[in-house]
Write a protein that binds this ligand. Structure first.
Ligand code: MRU
Length: 335
């Protein structure tokens, strides 16, 4: 996996050799983004099969599944992918078959994810005119998926079609996925963009400089409520206030149709340290510096819920839908 903790300053590949290292890579955000951690989790279950001894291999894999699922609570792709691979393992007649089936299923999940994101890009491109100024939050690009991305895939397609576009990149404190990852992707894609402080979005929206907002999702509930990176909700409210269409891009693997609404989505609380410190390049190494005074407390929810009423449409691999229970369940009937 690309070690996302080192970007944008260093490009390093992190090689995970067993399911415990994979679980740690997800927990510590070496890899992050809903579809990316889904694929990593799927391969983690396959790794557990390859590590297991013949006797009681199912117990070993069950424990691995438990560990991988415990790494991050919000993104649904992780649970979807890990369960899919585990179902294959349960059906296997012996360890050799479990190894084969689990690896095949992990590969299938990764390949399906690439295909889904590509379609999201194609559908989303239809919303983008030449000259459009797009605002995005967090990183929902190819780093956060297996390839193409979700929220940024439409921009990548638009660029390939020759459209002139510009992207406002929310910095996305405290982990700065916007300034560290999305901006780096856009540079690689040669797409004009500017990083803005998270609290600058409303200023540009009010000035009429934002034509469309597209974000990713970590989990979509049956009623169309969306969990995504903290700060997404306020962007959606601001977009509505300013008459700007707000879209979410998400593959079906991010939809949790078992839950009725966003209120049931578990929200990850992360360490206070992420708020106290900023991290970046000092000379030639990555250094952390303290911003907040010693003695203050911090709160650090990693995600928030955007109610469906603020979302103009969800861009999926099956087309763009208005978020409501009827449309969402229909997506799964046709699967
Ligand atoms: O905490 P992170 O960096 O894993 O959060 C990621 C996001 O919120 C993304 O926007 C989301 O997973 C969509 S990724 C295609």
């Amino acid at each position: 996996m690309i070690n996302q903790l080192k970007l944008p300053h260093f490009f390093e590949i992190y090689k995970s050799t067993n399911h415990i290292e994979t679980a740690n890579a997800i927990k510590n955000m070496i890899i992050r983004g809903a579809p990316a951690i889904g694929a990593a989790g799927a391969y983690g279950v396959a790794q557990a099969c390859f590590e297991a001894k013949k006797e009681n291999f199912l117990v070993h894999v069950k424990n691995a599944v438990k560990l991988i699922k415990s790494t991050r609570p919000t993104a649904y792709d992780l649970f979807y992918a890990v369960e899919r691979v585990f179902k294959k393992v349960e059906k296997a007649k012996d360890l050799e078959e479990a190894k084969k089936l689990s690896l095949e299923e992990a590969e299938r999940i990764a390949n399906e994810s690439v295909e889904a994101c590509k379609r999201i890009g194609e559908f989303g491109n239809r919303l983008i005119k030449s000259g459009s100024k797009i605002l995005t939050h967090c990183n929902a690009g190819w780093l956060a998926t297996v390839d193409w991305g979700t929220a940024t895939a439409p921009a990548y397609f638009a660029k390939r079609k020759g459209k002139q576009i510009f992207v406002f990149v929310d910095e996305t404190r405290p982990r700065c996925q916007g300034s560290k990852l999305t901006a780096w992707e856009l540079l690689n894609e040669k797409i004009p963009h500017a990083i803005i402080a998270d609290n600058a979005a409303g200023y540009y929206m009010r000035k009429g400089e934002v034509d469309i907002v597209i974000t990713g999702a970590d989990r979509v509930a049956r009623n169309g409520d969306v969990a995504n990176k903290i700060g997404t909700y306020e962007k959606a409210v601001l977009a509505k206030e300013n008459g700007i269409p707000f879209y979410v891009a998400a593959p079906l693997s991010t939809f949790d149709i078992k839950i009725k609404s966003g209120d049931q989505i578990p929200i990850e609380e992360r360490a206070e340290e992420e708020v106290f410190y900023a991290e970046g390049l000092a000379e030639s190494f990555i250094e952390k510096v303290r911003i907040a005074p010693i003695g203050s407390k911090a709160k650090n929810p990693a995600f928030d819920i955007t109610p469906a009423k603020y979302i103009k449409g969800i861009i999926t691999e099956k087309g763009i839908i208005k978020p409501n229970e009827k449309n969402i369940l229909k997506l799964f009937q046709r699967k």
